[in-house]
Write a protein that binds this ligand. Sequence first.
Ligand code: CA
Length: 642
Amino acid sequence: MKPIHMAIAAITALLAPAHAGAQQQTVNYSHDATTFQTITLSDAQAVKLRIYDNGQDGKPVKTVSLKKGATDKNGYPTWNAQVKGDLEGKFYTFDVKYAGKFRGECPGISAKAVGVNGRRGAVIDMASTDPEGWSSDQSPVIDARDLVLYEMHHRDFSIDPSSGLEHKGKFLALSEPKAIAHLKALGVNAVHMLPSFDYASVDESHLENNKYNWGYDPLNYNVPEGGYSTNPADPKARIREFKQMVQALHNAGIKVILDVVYNHTFNIDGSNFQIMMPDEFFRKNADGTYSNGSGCGNETASDRPVMRDYMIESVKYWVDEYHIDGFRFDLMGVHDIETMNAIREALPPHIYIYGEGWSAGSCAYDADKLGMKAAIYKMPGIAAFSDDIRDALRGPFSDDHQAAFLAGLPGHEESIKMGIAGAIKHPQVDFGKVNYSKRSWTLQPTQMISYVSCHDDMCLVDRLKSSIPGITMDELIRLDLLAQTAVFTSQGVPFMLSGEEMLRDKKGVHNSYESPDSINHLDWTNLEKYPQVFNYYKNLIALRQNHRAFHLGDAEMVKSKLEFLPSQDALVAYHLKSSIPGEPWNDIYVVLNANKSERTVTVPKGTYTVVCRNIAIDENGLGTVEGPTVKVPAQSAMIFHN
Ligand code: CA
């Protein structure tokens, strides 16, 4: 019989919220009183709490001194106060005194609700922000191997009048039936949102200025961005509307993935980390200067317990409070492997985790211990973007004018093969000829993100125009679709930039992080101008999703079922062998031909049904071909099976 104390412990564990325990900052509201708690450095001399009627301006209505309490598990003192009365709708700041001086007011390191522009915390009854039915909201169950990722920016997606969406540039746009219908028709099942936490660069009190930013300038990590709400001055609006968005996507069977940017803050001196606990969250060089591995002026120190715990607490909070289904770590190569593994451990298995396996400068930390792409095999259950397949297709990130496979140039075949195999140790991939990775870096193919474009660098249309002078519209469409066929028939997890399905361009702008809407917006009229593009994307995604062969999800299966045919210059071909569990087709052949003329491939004798040829896809068949010699049209993919 089970001892009774163990049974009680189990029940307690079930009842306790997953984020309970020693948190670094808490503001617990109740009708009668609100308690405030924060940590500081051990030499803090005093902490003041100020209560305000407004999110900005005005004098405090109350000032309270916090009392120093116990130290937390990392040795930092906690400071506490209880303020009686109903504080809902009030705002607050902390102000810490070190070496005889108060450092200035801020909402603390981990506010969960804030006023306009995130300068003051807000006291709210969090439960009152839940939309109707929120308690029964559930994450769609989708295995990692079945994911199709769609990277979008809230403003890009909906701001143009042609979107026909009501809530332009807002979280709520994604809750509208037209938006959902578009995503469902395309067939993506996970929306990866560019920074949606509170960032600094857009003045929320003057949204009429229509300032644009991607949002890689974090201010409050645990609060949704105010500029994407219908009323940034109402602390509840952004929280409620964010949840409504998640709920609508979940109801449609679409997962919600957040782009998280823990690797740096928008600046050092103005950051809540620095105001509350000077120098504790940032890495420094040996000479005492701040290290800048993020390329944004600073880098956080995930290797320190305080920052590691901060990140773990934060992602768990987004999962618990907002029902988030996955995280994309910006510059994961700034974070240490141990922290990334601790985050994986702290989150349920269904939460998908991936990141940029690089940094933007050298970090003040042992390079062998950082979360780089080459170290993904040391981080089971975490994926990284494959710049290998991306650049093998379109050309290097360092030069927009340089082309690669898509231009019909030879020498990129092995890098594409590596990407098709999900970066596993496939016996037919010669890593000596791969552009960047000189050895396999994944344990499982689901640890590789397969893509050809994202918000960074030129989008695919601009890159094709820039790297292939004189390209015709017909060629551009053919090569765009060829590129995505490589991406979506890869055993990695496919990822696309929002708007590629409507042939978006950014007028050639390489880094559009603060470009106006006229550069960044999706032009939805393109759906009518280029219906063949949307249809191809849609049919390609459906082809992948309907056929297990294209997403085996297991390294041993990929090794045994994926066999490459001899490559030719600017041509990669492979065979997915018969007898794949759940796969209705027998032998499947995929040929990616970037040459400007027809090529032939040799396959076993027999009759094959063509399902993709000459930029058309039809799973029911586009006619047949006879082996052993099959002609493959120029600048396009061909897929056939028996
Ligand atoms: Ca903001």
